[in-house]
Write a protein that binds this ligand. Structure first.
Ligand code: KIV
Length: 271
């Protein structure tokens, strides 16, 4: 007799219930099938196909160059792997800023062609019309406030945002607006922990922090950063859970040595 172990999919409702229960939400990025399989099977609640793929997968300096087609390619690979996690996909730079119709078309392509479960979009009141239009089509939307990397050339630096009252107040208003529009959650990136706590306590929808302290309803990290694949990237908020750069480097070095010394393959490793 086979035992059918059914895996229950995390939905935006599950995420909302977790906030109500005070249960922390774990989110990590993934961009390909193999990594997403591990992230999913390890019990991560949300997999974010972030436009950070532009940095960690393609080697660009910023998130700006990645295209909608490239995001859809990454997202479809992740969706095929994720059996339990909610898969959220970033709307890349240039795919939604034009107008709300363009934003809706981009979101629809992500849902239709990649099979994603939700989209994430950077910005507050200035993108309200686009957020609203996407939501009207039945597509769940996650907001993203604070350090929004698609605006890096406006900020000029990746430093902590909303340290001053005017920007903090705008962030509070943006967060409330996103909730009012119907977003199911909001990422808070690199803002003071005290402000993130205040926003998290004032919202009914969950906040997911990155560099925003321990009082957010959940946390997100870029998978390459937390696994220590990006050797040089060590911001204060990042906890490295492994040192995969060195582990992979040593394994590959050993392989190269074995091949060159005719130590691989041996007699048992051939037909
Ligand atoms: O693209 C990304 O990985 C993100 C996270 C840093 C939140 O937006």
């Amino acid at each position: 007799m086979s035992v059918n172990k059914e895996i229950k999919r995390i939905t935006t409702n599950t995420i909302q219930e977790m906030k109500v229960r005070g249960e922390k939400i774990s989110m990590l990025t993934a961009y390909d099938y193999s990594m997403a399989t591990i992230v999913d099977e390890a019990g991560t609640d949300i997999i974010l196909v972030g436009d950070s793929a532009s940095n960690v997968m393609a080697g660009h300096e910023t998130t700006l160059p990645i295209t909608l087609d490239q995001m859809i390619y990454h997202a479809s690979s992740v969706v095929r792997a994720a059996k339990r996690a909610l898969v959220v996909v970033d709307l890349p730079f240039g795919s939604y800023q034009g107008n709300s119709k363009e934003a809706l078309n981009s979101a629809i392509r992500i849902m239709k062609e990649a099979g994603a479960h939700a989209v994430k979009i950077e910005g507050g009141v200035e993108i309200a019309e686009s957020v609203s239009r996407i939501l009207t089509a039945g597509i769940p939307v996650m907001g993203h406030l604070g350090l929004t990397p698609q605006s890096i050339y406006k900020f000029g630096t990746y430093t902590v945002r909303a340290k001053h009252e005017a920007e903090a107040q705008k962030l509070r208003e943006d967060a409330l607006k996103l909730q009012e529009l119907g977003c199911f959650g909001v990422v808070l990136e690199k803002i003071p922990a005290k402000l993130a706590q205040e926003v998290s306590e004032s919202l009914q929808i969950p906040t997911i922090g990155i560099g925003a302290g321990q009082h957010c309803d959940g946390q997100v990290l870029v998978i390459h950063d937390m696994l220590g694949i990006n050797k040089g990237f060590k911001p204060r908020f990042l906890r490295q859970y492994s040192n995969l750069y060195d582990i992979m480097h040593d394994a590959i070095k050993n392989y190269n040595t074995d091949v060159k010394s005719n130590g691989f393959p041996n007699e048992k490793e051939q037909y």
